[in-house]
Design a protein around this ligand. Structure first.
Ligand code: GAR
Length: 217
């Protein structure tokens, strides 16, 4: 069985979208994969409750309990490693992970970012997209490296920015597509359709098409 560990900081809607795909498509039997744990850096993350409701291990490694980022990452690494995960899925995990954590797991960590990378790395992506006057916003799933929001791109969804948008409306429109591409990207990685080789995301044309979405709503 391929084991997936999900890291969150809050709401957990991307985690739920992936878990719902896994249940709907019976990943345990169809591709031999399951989410084995959800770990939050915040004790009050709503996603932890949601994980418990699915009967999935829900744990917290509270970053505030550690004096340094290194100490937090060491503990996080220890807790994550206990599950011997094949894939670690950052789903709204709002702590920067440094080389000390990432380099030991390179090619095994995915992140979803609410912008069309390499544009709008970092925070406040939707407001910054509106302020920049771009016509297309979107979301990107990528492999995680020590470079912030900089690893190889796996999947992208593009959605229009409308003149009447504020950051919340745009975020809601993008989120619908986050949920679709993240589940697809996780599945593609778990089944080996997407591989991490020489710092690139390697896949065939058909897989690339399945991991590229254009949305309207
Ligand atoms: C999502 O929009 C995700 O793209 C974003 O946080 C939200 C989490 O929502 N992630 C980042 O900004 C990472 N830098 P969720 O907890 O409901 O999945």
């Amino acid at each position: 069985m391929k084991k997936i560990v999900v890291l969150i900081s809050g709401r957990g809607s991307n985690f739920v979208a992936i878990q719902e795909s896994a249940l709907r498509e019976d990943w345990e039997h169809s591709i031999g994969a399951k989410i084995v744990a959800v770990i939050s850096n915040r004790p009050d993350a709503k996603g932890l409750e949601l994980a418990k409701n699915y009967g999935i291990d829900a744990l917290c490694v509270d970053h505030k309990a550690f004096d340094t980022r290194e100490a937090f990452e060491e503990k996080l690494y220890e807790v994550v490693s206990q599950y011997e995960p094949d894939l670690i899925v950052l789903a709204g995990f709002m702590r920067i992970l440094t080389a000390g954590f990432v380099d030991r797991l390179e090619g095994k960590i995915l992140n979803i970012h609410p912008a069309l990378l390499p544009s709008f790395k970092g925070l406040d992506t939707h407001q910054r997209a509106i302020d920049a006057g771009v016509r297309m916003a979107g979301t990107t799933v990528h492999f995680v490296t020590a470079a912030l929001d900089g690893g190889a791109i796996i999947a992208q969804a593009a959605v229009p920015v409308l003149p009447s948008d504020d950051a919340h409306r745009l975020a809601d429109r993008v989120l619908v597509y986050e949920h679709q591409i993240y589940a697809r990207a996780v599945k593609a990685c778990v089944t080996g359709k997407v591989r991490y080789e020489n710092e690139r995301a390697v896949m065939d044309d058909q897989t690339a098409l399945e991991l590229t979405l254009f949305g309207q709503i």
